[in-house]
Write a protein that binds this ligand. Structure first.
Ligand code: KIV
Ligand code: ZN
Length: 393
């Protein structure tokens, strides 16, 4: 924990965690989520107002359309760093340099596989040659752009000793950020956290670069792995809105932003304006034609809905009994008390009061007796149902 003396007091300084959004690159790779340039610009502008630090705008060599989108986003979005992805190949880097021509602040994200399984089967190469190719790519990219992020693909399954050599070598070659992806979503949070701690301890020049992580959600552990990495010294997280991305997706931006805000003990902060999370999430869902599951953390329809009688009773007395975040903090106007067959008297009384009814405890008992069989038949009780119940009293 860092401290600084201010006017005789020791103030705790929070560690800043940079938010690198890859919705427009890894997110857009998801089947059915493809976007055109106008849609990408709309999302990029939203990411800017959301406060993300870096936008990965695309992979320019991959298609003329993606190249064009990176150019247009670079012209339009001025506050965040605009980043372009490449493989450790000169042609990719040339294309990224060209696409980023108009960017006010730019970064190239280049890299290569680091696990033996990638080296042997994907590249049919050796550790030595792959390390050299990665170093060459960083040196080459550095000729054109100062801010170079290197990704060691499949670092989650890579040998830590080799990963250490690779990371040390690319930092010496000029990498400013070193990205440690759990490409296949394989790591356990304890393992992934330990990997970051290992790199911090063993990479001799690690203080010259920022450690980034990029986690996939194949086993549902992307967010947990990302947080474990932050706890062990990662200071940039690669994330996407709604967790969209390859296969089961990437770490969710909204989850990480709210964990870092809610859990004071992590002693971290981000530049995210969390009140813009919900509208940003809806925009991405709409443009990507990717519905958000109702129980999705932070932005799902039910994320602030209290359904059972026990919970409704608690929340109506004091919302903090069942709420660890204010819905307003994520851009949701208020929490809800849906009426279902699991609701209790206090939930029913709350809705009747909101409709303008003043009822005695005896009347409430009577209406509740009629309410339950109706709720057993219907998924959800509406205002009209409540009016009819009151008329039938
Ligand atoms: O999953 C991955 O490893 C990636 C890299 C390109 C960072 O998407
Ligand atoms: Zn990825």
């Amino acid at each position: 924990m860092q401290t600084a003396e201010r006017g005789g007091f020791f103030m705790t300084m929070k560690n800043n965690v940079f938010i690198f959004d890859t919705t427009l690159r890894d997110g857009e790779q998801a089947p059915g989520c493809q976007l055109n340039t106008a849609e990408k610009i709309e999302i990029a502008k939203t990411l800017e107002t959301l406060g993300v630090d870096i936008i990965e705008a695309g992979f320019p060599i991959s298609s003329p359309g993606d190249f064009h989108s990176v150019v247009e986003i670079s012209k339009t979005v001025r506050q965040p760093i605009i980043c372009a992805l490449t493989r450790a190949i000169k042609g990719d880097i040339d294309s990224a340099v060209e696409a980023l021509k108009f960017a006010k602040r730019k970064r190239i994200h280049t890299g290569i596989g680091a696990s033996d399984i990638h080296i042997e089967y994907k590249f049919r190469s050796t550790r030595e040659k792959i390390l050299e190719q990665g170093v060459e790519a960083v040196r080459y990219a550095k000729r054109f752009v100062q801010d170079i992020e290197f990704y060691a693909e499949d670092a989650g399954r890579a040998d830590n000793v080799f990963l250490t050599q690779m990371i040390e070598a690319v930092i010496n070659a000029g990498a400013t950020v070193v990205n440690i992806p759990d490409t296949t979503g394989y790591c356990l949070p304890s393992e992934f956290g330990a990997k970051i701690a290992y790199l911090k301890e063993h990479v001799s020049n690690i203080d010259k670069a920022i450690i980034s992580v990029h986690c996939h959600n194949d086993l549902g552990m992307a967010t947990a792995n990302t947080i474990a990495a932050v706890q062990n010294g990662a200071r940039q997280v690669q994330v996407t809105l709604n967790g969209v991305g390859e296969r089961a997706g990437n770490t969710s931006l909204e989850e990480v932003a709210m964990i870092l805000k809610t859990r004071e003990s992590l002693n971290t902060q981000t530049n995210i304006n969390t009140t813009r999370l919900y509208p940003a999430s809806r925009l991405v869902s709409r443009l990507m034609h990717m519905p958000i599951q109702a129980n999705k953390a932070i932005v799902g329809r039910n994320a602030f809905a209290h359904s059972s009688g026990i919970h409704q009773n608690g929340v109506l007395k004091n919302r903090f009994t069942y709420e660890i975040m204010n819905p307003e903090d994520v851009g949701v106007t208020h929490s809800t008390i849906p009426l279902t067959a699991r609701s209790g008297r206090s939930g029913l009384a709350y809705h009747l009061r909101n409709l303008g009814f003043t009822i005695t405890p005896e009347e409430l008992t009577k209406v509740y007796e009629k309410f339950l069989p109706l709720a057993d038949m219907k998924k959800r009780i509406t205002k009209k149902d409540l009016h009819e119940l009151m008329i039938s009293l």
